[in-house]
Design a protein around this ligand. Structure first.
Ligand code: SAM
Length: 421
């Protein structure tokens, strides 16, 4: 076995060298041919969003997925990127959080950090900062970030339980994790001891099951695999063909790419830090809650029409004797229109909205609802992360089209979304 320090030194040296040589993920500097043709589309990056980034940031990408594709990051939020490398995901996150939000990239390789800072400066971003530090001892305060994202990094850590604990520590209650990483099953022992294979994101990869169990053991909830990118033999061979390639490459130990086909892939995990024991209780709404629900909706400029009629299908989040949030639905047979998701201003960013929504889904299922619709002008990205898909407005069932929420209350610009329960 290799010591943790040996592994870290090898990984750090590998990425420092990659920066010195100007290499990107599995390709030399300036040549993004492989990435454009195979990697970025495979990983789920949108060609248009990459166009706005400095070429150096794109060419220096070493990821194995696109965690932000699944993250409902919103303006004003704080995002941490663990192992930020040349900064591609930080730059993309900076666009999402906007001038009122903040993005922090942490990386243990000084050369990478300097590259990332140069890329952020070239992009003219002032809401991104990079900190030298290790995933196992993050240089951040407790409960200080809304999102942790990470792309092809945790496999490189020799102490994954420490990384998972750190993620839990720095997330705010209700905060979310989205991580893309290489996972692997049944790797040959010889390969696991190989430092080159380790820094190539293979030897340190654990199975999906171990990954999910590790996140749960650290206290994270709702752990899910949101996407998988299988690497076929041809792809592994293509990745391995670049000698200094640093992700998904199998240039080690005499183990051939073909031996790894079906065993190595990229997976993206989502998870959430529970809102905590001190968080609100979610319960069915009663008549006494109506004024508070109306007050919250009015404060958020959301429609109140129809709430009283559908109160039996409303839930509230109650904390310290006060209503902190509400959500409800209008039912029509086996379909329902979810509506009126609202959280009191001072209770936001703690995952209460998501708790309400998930609780409503559970209630809807027990009431025989097979399909949920919603209209939104402001939280489409978040609803996508919760499993809703945008559909043309005309496709809404006639029974829901005549509901008070649908008629007149919501502007025509609102997106119609659907989810099968
Ligand atoms: C495969 S690259 C991914 C970089 C970036 N996330 C991307 O998608 O382009 C791995 C990065 O993680 C950093 N890294 C590896 N292990 C780390 C650790 N234990 N703590 C902090 N950074 C680490 C490396 O320095 C390198 O920049």
């Amino acid at each position: 076995m290799r010591s943790n320090e040996e592994i870290k030194a090898a990984v750090r040296a590998r990425y420092a060298q990659a920066v010195r040589e100007g290499g990107g993920c599995c390709g030399p500097s300036g040549s993004v041919t492989f990435q454009e043709k195979a990697f970025f589309p495979l990983a789920g990056y949108d060609a248009n969003e990459l166009k706005g980034l400095p070429q150096e940031a794109v060419a220096g990408a070493f990821g194995c997925g696109n965690p932000l594709a699944f993250a409902g990051v919103e303006p004003g939020q704080v995002v941490l990127d663990i192992g930020s490398g040349a900064g591609i995901d930080c730059l993309l996150a900076a666009e999402r959080v906007g001038p009122t939000g903040r993005v922090i990239g942490v990386d243990m390789t000084p050369e990478m950090l300097r590259r990332a800072e140069a890329n952020a400066a070239a992009a003219g971003l002032t809401n991104v900062e990079f900190r030298l530090g290790e995933a196992e001892r993050l240089p951040l305060e407790n409960a200080s970030v809304d999102w942790v994202v990470s792309n092809c990094v945790i496999n490189l850590s020799p102490d994954k339980p420490a990384v998972f604990r750190e993620i839990h520590r720095v997330l705010r209650p209700g905060g979310r994790l989205l991580v893309a990483d290489v996972v692997a099953d049944d790797l040959p022992e010889l390969l696991r001891r190989d430092l080159t294979a380790w820094s190539s994101c293979i030897a340190g990869a654990i199975s999906e099951r171990e990954y999910a169990a590790g996140l749960e053991a650290a206290g994270l909830a709702d752990v899910r695999v949101v996407s998988r990118l299988p690497y076929e033999a041809g792809q592994i061979a293509a990745l391995a063909a670049a000698p200094e390639a640093a992700c998904g490459c199998a240039a080690a130990s005499g183990v051939q790419a073909e031996d790894l086909a079906g065993k190595v892939r990229s997976a993206s995990f989502s998870a959430r830090k529970p809102a905590g024991a001190g968080g609100p209780t979610v319960r069915a709404a009663g008549a006494g809650d109506l004024p508070a629900i109306h007050g919250l909706l009015e404060g958020a400029r959301l429609p109140t029409a129809g709430v009283a009629e559908h109160l039996a299908d409303f839930l509230v989040a109650e904390e310290a004797g006060r209503v902190a949030g509400a959500v409800g639905m209008e039912r029509a047979g086996e379909v329902a229109l979810f509506r009126s998701l609202v959280v009191r201003q001072d209770a936001r960013r703690r995952g209460i909205g998501e708790r309400l929504f998930r609780a409503l889904e559970a209630v809807a299922r027990t009431r025989g609802i097979k399909r949920a619709y919603l209209l939104t002008e402001t939280i489409e990205v978040r609803c996508r992360a919760w499993g809703f898909t945008r559909i043309p407005r005309e496709t809404v069932p006639a029974a829901l089209r005549s509901s008070p929420e649908f008629t007149g209350c919501c502007p025509a610009s609102a997106a119609l979304m659907v989810k099968d329960l």
